[in-house]
Design a binder for this molecule. Structure first.
Ligand SMILES: Nc1ncnc2c1ncn2[C@@H]1O[C@H](COP(=O)(O)OP(=O)(O)OP(=O)(O)O)[C@@H](O)[C@H]1O
Ligand SMILES: [Mg+2]
Length: 258
C-alpha cells in the first residue's frame, strides 16, 4: 500500500471526570479515559449506554455537562479540524460524483490526493459514478476515503460497518486496519460486534450505564486470527459481561411491569 504520509499522525486523548446530562437524564458520569496517540480503541456496550454520546462529545458535536476532554493537552470545546467522524450510513451527497464526495470542502488541487485515497480503498474505477450506483460496502469505503483524505489525527467511527453483510464487514475491517497501520491516526471505534472489537482494538472498552466497567488490553499479533483459543477466550470474557448488563429494553420492561 502506498504511503500517504510517513510520520506518526495520531493525537493524545485525555478525558477527565466527564459527565453528560440531557435534562435530568444522566447519560455519562465520572468518566476517565486516556488514549495514546496512534492507539486503536474499540468501544462496546448495550444499546443506550452512552457510546454515541461519548463520541459526539469527543467530536465537539455536543456540550459537556462536567469534566473535560483534552486533545494533545488542549481542551475540546468545538469541532476540531483534525478529527473526522464516520457513521453507520455513508452520508454521501447523492448529486455529487464519488470523487467529488471525497473532495468535499477541499481545495481545487485536491483531486490527485482524493484519487490516491480512492485507490487505497479500492474504488478508483468508481470515481466518476454517482453514489446511487454503489453497494452499501462501496459507499462506506467512499465515506472512509472522505474521512481520510485530509489526514485526520483522530478518526471517530460510530458502527460504520453495522449495516454490512458478514463477509463485506470482515473485508472492511481489514481495510480499516491497513489504513490505520499505514497512517497511524488515533482510532476510536464503536461497535456492537465483540469479535470486531477484539480483531481491531489495542484495547476494548466496555461502557455500562455511562461508566467504563472494563478496559481490556488486546495483546494478539495483527492481523488477528479469529480461530485461536486466545481470541475465543477474549470473546467469551467480554461478551459474557456485555450480556449480563441490564439493557435499555430490560429497564423499559421492568418499568412497564411495575
Ligand atoms: N439529544 C439527546 N437528547 C436527549 N437524550 C439523548 C440525546 N441523545 C442521546 N440521548 C439519550 O442518551 C442515552 C444514550 O444514548 P446514546 O445514543 O449515546 O447510546 P448508544 O450507546 O450509542 O446506543 P446504541 O448502541 O443504540 O447506538 C439514551 O438513553 C438516549 O436516549
Ligand atoms: Mg449509538
Amino acid at each position: 500500500m502506498s504511503q500517504l504520509i510517513s510520520i506518526e499522525n495520531g493525537i493524545d486523548l485525555k478525558i477527565e471526570n466527564l459527565a453528560k446530562k440531557f435534562g435530568d437524564h444522566t447519560v455519562l458520569q465520572d468518566l476517565n479515559l486516556e488514549i495514546n496517540s496512534g492507539e486503536f480503541v474499540t468501544i462496546v456496550g448495550r444499546s443506550g449506554c452512552g457510546k454515541t454520546t461519548l463520541l459526539r462529545l469527543i467530536a465537539g458535536l455536543e456540550r459537556i455537562s462536567k469534566g473535560k476532554i483534552n486533545l494533545d493537552h488542549q481542551t475540546v470545546n468545538s469541532l476540531h479540524p483534525q478529527i473526522k467522524v464516520m457513521f453507520q450510513d455513508s452520508r454521501l451527497l447523492p448529486w455529487q460524483k464519488v470523487l467529488d464526495n471525497v473532495r468535499l470542502g477541499l481545495p481545487k488541487d485536491s483531486r490527485s490526493k482524493a484519487m490516491e485515497v480512492l485507490h487505497q480503498v479500492g474504488l478508483a474505477t468508481k470515481a466518476k459514478e454517482f453514489p446511487s450506483t454503489l453497494s452499501g460496502g462501496q459507499k462506506q469505503r467512499v465515506a472512509l476515503a472522505r474521512a481520510l483524505v485530509s489526514n485526520p489525527r483522530l478518526l471517530l467511527l460510530d458502527e460504520p460497518l453495522g449495516a454490512l453483510d458478514a463477509l463485506t464487514r470482515i473485508e472492511m475491517q481489514r481495510l480499516l486496519e491497513d489504513l490505520w497501520l499505514d497512517q497511524k491516526f488515533t482510532a476510536f471505534l464503536i461497535t456492537h460486534d465483540v469479535e470486531e472489537a477484539i480483531a481491531l482494538g489495542d484495547r476494548v472498552i466496555l461502557l455500562e450505564e455511562g461508566k467504563i466497567v472494563m478496559d481490556v488490553k488486546i495483546d494478539l499479533p495483527r492481523p488477528r486470527a479469529r480461530g485461536t483459543a486466545e481470541f475465543a477466550t477474549l470473546v467469551d470474557r467480554i461478551r459474557s459481561r456485555v450480556m449480563n448488563q441490564n439493557s435499555f429494553f430490560d429497564s423499559e420492561l421492568h418499568a412497564n411491569a411495575a
